[in-house]
Ligand binder design. Structure first.
Ligand code: FE
Ligand code: FE
Ligand code: ZN
Length: 283
């Protein structure tokens, strides 16, 4: 099972610290933000202890593909209302690709964007335009569009919308998809029926595009369009469903990442990874 969680990336050990944190959870995968997820300020590359991080991963037989990067969620490629927001998003993404390449990671997970009342089609076309620009001169870092809950004016809450972006982007070969179980449920998909969901995804997008699954329970009813993550077994999806997804042979090669909430100021990831591997609900 390729399983890990979101981990921190902070001074003084940066990426090395991220890998150490992942190992402390018994993980063989990890997801980092290259800085604070809510802003676009970033540390100099040479301070990130990338080489030491890669060495530690190698020692533990963790391929670089199992380190996922998540772009900050404030960047919005779909914005046509404020040109400066769109410009910032494109510029940030271009620099992020350079940073990700330096870390050796292959995949950047990206929230496609929100149309901020301009309309879905306008927003989708703006995302395509942004990706066309951001992905120029790049043939080794893939952007994995995340399936969204459809909160507010979020785009990418249907497989068809992701397919539209992929089909219209000049650099479609550099696009991949990251599923989020909480988001898909909140968007209205029947996540419990995961094999049928995979069939549907395969028909619309193609299973070969799937590179990451964010494995989260959800606090909301199906179709609520809310996006509130819950700990495994403490939400509407339930442990059985999430455990079956983690162990589904059709997505065996796909990295699973936990983004479940901390409990009493403590990361729950060691326990949750253990639960998935042993297929038993913890206390
Ligand atoms: Fe995300
Ligand atoms: Fe997610
Ligand atoms: Zn979410």
């Amino acid at each position: 099972m390729l399983i890990g969680s979101h981990v921190s990336m902070k001074a003084p050990n940066f990426v090395l610290g991220s890998v150490q944190e992942a190992l402390s959870y018994g993980a063989n995968a990890l997801m980092i933000y290259t800085g604070a997820p809510q802003n676009t300020r970033r540390q100099e590359l040479d301070k990130l202890k990338i080489e030491q991080a890669q060495e530690l991963m190698k020692e533990h037989h963790i391929p670089l593909e199992q380190m996922i990067v998540h772009a900050p969620y404030i960047i919005n490629l779909a914005n046509t209302v404020k040109p400066e927001t769109y410009e910032l998003a494109v510029e940030f993404l271009q620099k992020e690709i350079v940073r990700v390449r330096a870390t050796g990671a292959k995949y950047v997970v990206l929230h496609p964007g929100s149309h901020v009342k301009a309309g879905e089609n306008v927003g989708l076309d703006q995302i395509v335009k942004g990706l066309d620009t951001a992905l120029e001169h790049n043939d080794d870092v893939y952007i994995a569009l995340e399936t969204m809950a459809g909160k507010g004016s979020e785009l990418g809450y249907t497989f068809e919308q992701l397919k539209y972006i992929i089909d219209h982007c000049k650099h479609a070969k550099m696009l991949r998809v990251c599923m989020d179980t909480c988001h898909m449920h909140d968007a209205g998909y029947d996540v419990a029926n995961f094999d049928a969901l995979l069939d549907h995804f395969d028909e619309v997008v193609g299973l070969d595009r799937l590179v990451c699954i964010h494995l989260n329970d959800t606090k909301n009813e199906r179709g609520a369009k809310k996006d509130r993550h819950a700990n495994l077994g403490h939400g509407k999806l339930g442990f059985q469903t999430l455990c079956e997804i983690a162990n589904n042979p059709r997505v065996e090669h796909v990295v699973k990442i936990l983004e479940t909430p901390w409990i009493d100021g403590k990361a729950p990831y060691k326990e949750e990874i253990d639960m998935l591997q042993t297929k038993t609900l913890g206390v």
